[in-house]
Design a protein around this ligand. Structure first.
Ligand code: UT7
Length: 330
């Protein structure tokens, strides 16, 4: 127990897992009417990792990413007081994925729960963990984002199947004093119709072709695009204004990897160089709630988070509609 009010969680360990199998744009061009040039130009995606049905589940990927994050942190897993897994595509409804992760990493003293907040799920888990850490209720937390989106892809629909990939990422947070942190999370449930995926198991629902189609991710891409390029810069600007920070002082804007053009548009609106917006979308596609921790892991391995504290903004958006931004130091 830490017991100190106003300690926030600093990321002290990061891990990720990406399935071995890679699906390139050329591979997709053999399945649907598309081509590498269109996908690259409109999205920035060249390839994505796709789960192996014999090996990878949202649960197994979460476990692997969590193991790597705990190993990276170097802490005794018995110190972890909280495990939260963000997932929209779980392979089991219960036991919750966070309990499986707890067991696998031997975090036997941790409380566990999952959150489903679509693509910004990792941010919601991170913000929730911060509140537990800040209150002093726990000193260490493990936060995971994991998605097996290819299970929910209609590989006859070229407007969606080119966008998404599978994977998981995880962070260990430790309550520390003298760490800046703030967040703004927003939702617009009244604008939910542009992204939809119906649950298969519903009493009384006839398994008509129309219903079966609705069990795959359905999206009005242009509406989501417009929402993202409008609301993401706005929430970042509002957060910077609240924390009294200028965008120039931020080292990295770590954005949900959904579309390169969305990230470029946000950079332009914030009048910041694109180099401050790390990207791995070309190789991962959109991995929903896993995208930010996977990117953080890559940044750490590339030495971008190495020396001293870096001032960062994490920001994401997705179905709900939900979006938000976190400002902290990593
Ligand atoms: O985590 C949040 C998840 N969602 C998102 O981030 C989605 C945000 N939206 C987007 O990223 C973009 O809207 C897409 C990449 C989905 C689509 O790009 P767009 O520039 O908005 O294309 P569009 O939907 O306006 O379609 C333009 C054209 C259409 O043809 P016509 O009607 O102009 O002849 C489409 O039929 O491109 C066609 N098209 C394709 N062509 C080749 C749509 N998908 C493809 C494709 N390959 N895969």
């Amino acid at each position: 127990m830490n017991g100190t009010i106003s300690s926030y969680g600093r990321v002290i360990g990061i891990g990720s897992y990406l399935p071995e199998k890679i699906l390139t744009n050329d591979d997709l061009a053999k399945i649907v009417e598309t081509n590498d040039e269109w996908i690259t130009e409109r999205t920035g995606i060249k390839e994505r990792h796709i789960s192996d049905p014999d090996k990878d589940t949202s649960e197994s990927m979460a476990i692997e990413a969590a193991r790597r994050a705990v190993a990276d942190s170097g802490i005794d897993p018995l110190k972890i007081g909280l495990v939260i897994v963000a997932c929209t595509t779980p392979n089991v409804l219960f036991p919750v994925l966070s309990a499986s992760v707890q067991a696998a990493v031997d975090a036997d003293n941790a409380m566990c729960f999952d959150v489903n907040a679509a693509c910004p799920g990792f941010l919601h888990a991170f913000v929730t963990a911060q509140n537990y850490l800040r209150s002093g209720m726990v000193e260490y937390a493990l936060v995971v984002g994991t998605e097996n989106l290819s299970n929910y892809m209609d590989f006859t629909d070229r407007s969606t199947c080119i966008l998404f990939g599978d994977g998981a990422g995880a962070c260990v947070l430790q309550a520390q004093k003298d760490l800046s942190y703030d967040a703004i999370m927003r939702a617009a449930g009244k604008r939910s119709e542009c992204m939809h995926c119906e649950s298969y198991m519903q009493k009384g629902k006839e398994k008509t072709p129309e219903f079966l189609k609705s069990n795959y991710i359905q999206m009005d891409g242009q509406t989501v695009f417009k929402f993202a390029v409008t609301e993401v810069p706005k929430v970042i600007e509002d957060l910077l204004s609240r924390t009294g920070t200028s965008a120039d002082e931020i080292d990295y804007f770590i954005l949900h990897q959904a579309n390169r053009r969305i990230i470029e548009s946000v950079a332009k609106r914030l009048k910041q160089p694109i180099e401050k917006f790390p990207m791995n979308i070309a190789k991962t596609g959109n991995t929903s709630s896993a995208s930010i921790p996977i990117l953080l892991d890559e940044m750490k391995k590339d030495g971008l988070l190495g020396e001293g504290k870096k001032k960062v903004i994490l920001s994401s958006f997705g179905a709900g509609l939900l979006w938000g931004a976190i400002q902290t130091e990593i």
